[in-house]
Design a protein around this ligand. Structure first.
Ligand code: MIG
Length: 799
């Protein structure tokens, strides 16, 4: 058993006193009397990397997680020595290394403790596998709280939890289950208004204990590999999260249509069924952009084939769907059916691309096609081959996105539900067993898929979604939370998991709306759509074993309400797209837990139902049956109730009415929220005028609007438009300054500004410093709106 309890103390080994140290460029190397080495690398003034080698020998320095070009460079690196410590000082941090035992303490420049090692680095020899179980323990400060760790299905605040990360196919998982589909060994800690992060870049099974075993100790450890972690200082959570996302990489922008509503089921077939579903969306005028083909489209579950009985002419079907605004997404699993007649199997066998057991036989396992072999995606040649397999699907048939499933990897009917640990992997030229490659297998499959889809869809943008992933995998793919269940508890988990993924660098994520297993009531489905339209990825999916789950299957009322919410999502697409831009450019999570936006307010440390969608919309789902409303916490500041414009002062809990057709939504005062008209799918219509909902504030507020061609890569060459708005309100006046960057010009010429909460009647207008008549801007005093050229520099309204 590996835990960090004092009882285990005996089996552990520790570094002895430091005998020498040396600074070389950005790295300080220490050697202890018993031969332990520690390398501390200063990446930035606020980011330190720690690597320990118990026997003094470091592994080849290779990481799947770290981005090729994270920002780096620091302003200062100074070393100060005294009798007890060797202290490394940067522009933001002090790192004290104890001479006597190599323990680390991190402090800010005012000598405030950020975090100090308890036992610090220690290890246990692994007789069975060789190497060591590598461990770290740190003292936790009384008020410390913890967030992060990918898709973990538990309370948002991780204090008091012990969690391990080992990608596992967990059908119908429950709350507090350990080891779900993804491994993101990154957490954020917060105490005394100081936030820091730890990214433990180790792909073996990793474990985290947040003050559970011992009330004041946090520890993390791994079953093998190196103690190799990054310490990321804030002091704001937002600094930690954006730095982590920069370190592990940001994705490209998805095509705008991927922000629309997606409909899926296991499975829609044959072709007539697919068409029946898509036609129904159009007939009911329920917006939808994507339709999914689950495993039954294939011939005997063989990847890259089509069942010709169900889909006689896939190319024609996909084209017809496209003409109706539907993008077709097809599933591809890792298991390749053992079938000497099957070209993909034959090729992989010839090229020696399948995973093998330690003694040479192929890794054989049962999945949907029956007995399968599995490509080793950790081999770059295999990834290249896999990428090329997408040619027909994407370039010829016209499929627009690929869905990778079962890539934990999942194997049926075996203990552990995955490969045996002796399976060998290339690991990009660092050969290893499955113990080390397991947690990155799905990520590397998704990477190969991303490269393939991108190659064949170019000059358009690829869309990929995966179930399994590892830290950094956000560079290639979006994700969903796997096989959840149609229960109210799962609706709560959906909310926790997506906020957590957003904190963990993986913003483009969503859940199976309505639940994958079992069937939701109309009420649960409605509440789930209401939450789902505020998740970056918005898809209904279900197992199909328990009845239909299209929005029209629950009666008139549910259809009407869910349609209104999906329409709202489509209206908010320019707002959401702007949030995607901020994520892709700066690593800013698309949705933000309250603690992310206001960590100083201790109320937020445990308030997790509420979150901020983008920067200015406060959302709180209804997570209980028969609710007519709920109590919710309103973040500090003033907010407009979305439904009736009533202004509330935050920093307190209030009761909010929310009968079935409503959910609590608040807009930050001073916000300028861009809206498109309702469309049945993205780019159905050319936008003739952009609507800006302007919320009055006595004071200042900034908003942004990012636009580009909605697809393609021209945005990377400057063909985008980034508008920033500065709103400033006084008692009898409101003014908006606009600044535009970028070479792209949107299709519309004018904007309609609709003002909410103006405390005066508009009597005077000034545009770009010249007074104009009210008629000139087609002012409508009833709805307080006016129409203005999109490129105005400044606008002033006066009472
Ligand atoms: O063993 O492809 O999570 O979304 O519909 C089940 C069939 C395999 C699991 C995925 C689910 C998908 C299903 N898959």
């Amino acid at each position: 058993m590996i835990t960090n309890t004092e009882l285990e103390y005996k089996g552990n080994l520790f570094p002895a006193e430091i005998i020498s140290f040396k600074l070389n460029g950005d790295t300080i190397s220490f050697v202890t009397k018993n031969g332990v080495r520690l390398k501390i690398t200063v990446l930035r003034d606020s980011i330190f990397r720690f690597r320990y080698a118990p026997e003094g020998i470091f592994e080849n320095d290779f990481s799947y997680a770290i981005d090729e070009n994270p920002s780096s460079g620091f302003n200062k690196l100074e070393i100060v020595e005294d009798t007890e410590f060797i202290t490394i000082i940067t522009k933001k941090l002090k790192c004290k290394v104890a001479r006597i035992d190599l323990r680390i303490g991190m402090y800010d420049l005012n000598d405030r403790v950020i975090v100090e090692d308890e036992l610090g680095f220690h290890w246990e020899e692994s007789f069975e596998f060789g190497g060591n179980l590598v461990k770290m323990s740190k003292a936790s400060i009384e008020s410390e709280n913890f967030f992060g760790l990918g898709d973990t299905p538990t309370n948002f605040n991780l204090k008091g939890k012990e969690i391990s990360l080992w990608n596992t196919d967990q059908y119908a998982y429950g709350k507090d289950l350990n080891e779900l589909y993804k491994a993101v060994p990154f957490y954020v800690a917060l105490h005394n208004n100081l936030a820091y992060g730890v990214f433990f870049d180790n792909t073996f099974k990793t474990h985290f204990d947040f003050c559970k075993d011992r009330r004041n100790i946090t520890s993390f450890w791994a079953d093998g590999g190196e103690m190799n972690y990054y310490f990321i200082y804030g002091p704001q959570i937002s600094d930690v999260v954006t730095s982590y996302t920069d370190l592990t990489g940001k994705p490209e922008l998805p095509p705008m249509w991927a922000l629309g509503y997606h409909q899926s089921k296991w499975s829609y077939f044959p072709e007539s069924k697919v068409k029946e579903i898509t036609s129904k969306f159009r007939e009911l005028k329920f917006p939808c952009d994507a339709i999914y083909l689950d495993i039954d489209y294939m011939e005997g579950f063989r990847c890259f084939t089509w069942n010709k009985e169900f889909f006689p002419d896939p190319k024609r079907m996909v084209q017809e769907l496209e003409a109706d605004g539907f993008k077709t997404i097809a599933i591809i699993d890792p298991g390749i059916k053992i079938d000497p007649e099957y070209s993909v199997f034959k090729e992989a066998l010839e090229k020696d691309f399948f995973c093998k057991r330690a003694d040479g036989p192929y890794m054989r396992g049962k999945v949907w096609p029956g007995e399968c072999y599995f490509p080793d995606y950790t081999n770059p040649e295999v990834r290249e081959w896999w990428a090329d397999l997408y040619q027909e699907l994407i370039a010829e048939i016209g499929v627009k996105g690929v869905w990778n499933d079962m890539n934990e990897p999942a194997v049926m009917e075996v203990p552990g539900k995955t490969f045996p640990m002796d399976v060998r992997h290339d690991y990009d030229g660092n050969p290893c067993s499955h113990r080390k490659a397991h947690n990155v297998y799905g990520m590397q499959m998704a990477k190969a898929t991303y490269e393939g889809v991108k190659k064949f869809i170019y000059p358009k943008r690829p869309f990929v979604i995966t179930r399994a992933n590892y830290a950094g995998g956000q560079r290639y793919t979006s994700t969903w939370t796997g096989d959840n269940v149609a229960t109210w508890e799962h609706l709560y988990l959906a909310n926790m998991q997506i906020q957590r993924l957003c904190m963990s660098g993986m913003s483009f994520s969503g859940t199976d709306i309505g639940g994958f297993a079992e069937q939701p009531s109309g009420e649960l489905f409605t509440r789930w759509i209401q939450l789902g339209v505020f998740h970056p990825f918005c898809r209904t999916h279900s197992s199909g074993d328990h009845g239909d789950q299209e929005p029209w299957c629950f009666g008139e009322e549910v259809l009407e309400i869910t349609k209104k919410f999906v329409e709202l999502r489509y209206q908010l697409i320019p707002y959401l797209y702007t949030a995607f831009h901020q994520y892709v450019e700066d690593g800013v999570p698309i949705i933000k837990p309250l603690v992310y936006v206001d960590q100083e307010d201790v109320q937020t440390h445990y308030r997790s139902d509420e979150f901020i969608f983008g920067n200015q919309i406060l959302v709180c789902p209804i997570q209980e049956p028969n609710a007519l409303g709920r109590r919710m916490y309103i973040s500090r500041g003033k907010w407009f109730n979305y439904w009736d414009d009533e202004v509330v002062e935050g920093g307190k809990e209030i009761w909010v009415d929310a009968p079935l057709h409503k959910m609590p939504l608040y807009i930050k005062e001073g916000a300028i929220i861009p809206k498109y008209p309702v469309q049945q799918y993205v780019d159905e219509i050319e936008i003739k005028e952009l609507l800006l909902e302007v919320y009055y504030k006595h004071g200042l507020e900034n908003s942004e609007l990012y636009e580009d061609a909605h697809d393609g890569f021209d945005y990377k060459k400057g063909r985008y438009s980034l508008r920033s708005f500065k709103l400033s309100g006084k008692l009898q006046e409101i003014s908006i300054q606009q600044h535009k960057d970028g070479k792209y010009s949107a299709s519309y010429e004018t904007m309609k500004l609709r003002f909410h909460g103006l405390p005066f009647e508009i009597k005077k207008l000034i545009v770009d410093n010249e007074e104009v008549s009210l008629e000139f801007l087609k002012i409508d005093l009833k709805e307080n709106s006016l129409i203005i050229n999109k490129d105005f520099n400044s606008l002033q309204l006066m009472g």
